[in-house]
Write a protein that binds this ligand. Structure first.
Ligand code: CP
Ligand code: NVA
Length: 310
């Protein structure tokens, strides 16, 4: 299995994928999930080593990529960014040239998106974006896979994004440009998605992407209600200011009453109960978050297998 358009096979943003690439990933994640449940032992990454360099904390992404690599018969190698010579100003280009000699793929979580582009521009091995300040593509790939599990399709599905126009929102916007679901994003005026990302996606998606400041309008009739933290990693100093702007954007029982009756609630986690989402909604019967988090494992396996083993 191969992806059509990924030059040198990196996943830095979802805008680099074709609709058929999404389908290949969804199909393989489904197969790998089913095989995992049956206890089938995989060997597709036997003899392969996957490095992970993280500048920011992570529970789900790090551990699911590490477990995914191990469960496919490969060797994960986690390296905290501070433990590498990157922290002492060794150039990214030199680091990339070194690591491509040791590793079969490199999973990166960085503040800067440009840093990952620089790695990808030099390294011959796949570079996989495990979150930057700008995008979180692998999370949204597994979230789309979760939507398909719950709703059987993405076609015609109405997604609501309520909260920050952040890295997660940007990857959802990129996905909407490629796939035939609709998304309405409700964000406070000062926390809208990046205008360039939005206008590029709207060229392809037209009015399947809508941005509003009204959370009720976004959620009305939605099949999926999605939110994320009000202050992302690196924005902790802005927490108080953000709390004021975002308070009307909490996903709670009242807001959910405007969604479709069978709507699911998604959150990439970590969640702050009582801030962006109420405890009763996060822990309630409409919540898909634990399946969502599990699916990171299966989607990450599909990504690694397809990019490394083909
Ligand atoms: N959803 C997500 O990326 O979680 P982590 O920060 O724990 O990896
Ligand atoms: N927007 C959040 C996502 C965490 C997985 C952040 O960047 O911190």
């Amino acid at each position: 299995m191969t992806l059509e358009v990924i030059l040198k096979k990196d996943i830095l943003t979802l805008s680099a994928l074709n609709p058929s690439d999404f389908s290949v990933l969804f199909e393989r994640a489904k197969e790998l999930k089913s095989r995992h449940k049956k206890g089938i032992c995989e060997k597709s990454l036997a003899g392969k080593t996957v490095g992970l360099i993280f500048e920011k904390p992570s529970t789900r992404t790090r551990i699911s990529f590490e477990a995914a690599t191990a469960q496919l018969g490969g060797m994960p190698l986690f390296i905290s960014a501070g433990d590498t010579q990157l922290s002492r100003s060794e150039p990214i280009a030199d680091t990339a040239r070194v690591l491509e000699r040791y590793l079969d793929a490199l999973v990166l979580r960085t503040y800067s998106h440009a840093m990952q582009e620089e790695f990808a521009g030099i390294a011959s091995i796949p570079i996989i974006n495990a979150l930057t300040d700008r995008y979180h593509p692998c999370q949204v790939l597994s979230d789309l896979f979760t939507v398909i599990e719950y709703k059987q399709t993405l076609a015609g599905i109405n997604i609501a994004w309520v909260g920050d126009g952040n890295n997660m929102a940007h990857s959802w916007i990129n996905a909407a440009a490629k796939l035939d679901f609709s998304i309405t994003l409700a964000c406070p005026a000062d926390y809208m998605p990046d205008e360039k990302i939005l206008s590029a996606a709207k060229e392809a998606a037209g009015d399947r992407i809508i941005v509003t400041e009204d959370p009720v309008a976004a959620v009305s009739g939605a099949d999926v209600v999605n939110t994320d933290v009000w202050a992302s990693m690196g924005q902790e100093a802005e927490s108080n200011k953000r709390r004021q702007a975002f308070t009307p954007f909490q996903v709670n029982r009242e807001l959910m009453s405007h969604a479709a009756k069978d709507a699911i609630v998604m959150h990439c986690l970590p969640a702050h109960r009582g801030e962006e989402i109420s405890a009763e909604v996060l822990d309630g019967s409409q919540s898909a978050v634990w399946d969502q988090t599990e699916n990171k494992l299966h989607m990450h396996k599909a990504i690694l297998e397809i990019l490394i083993a083909g």
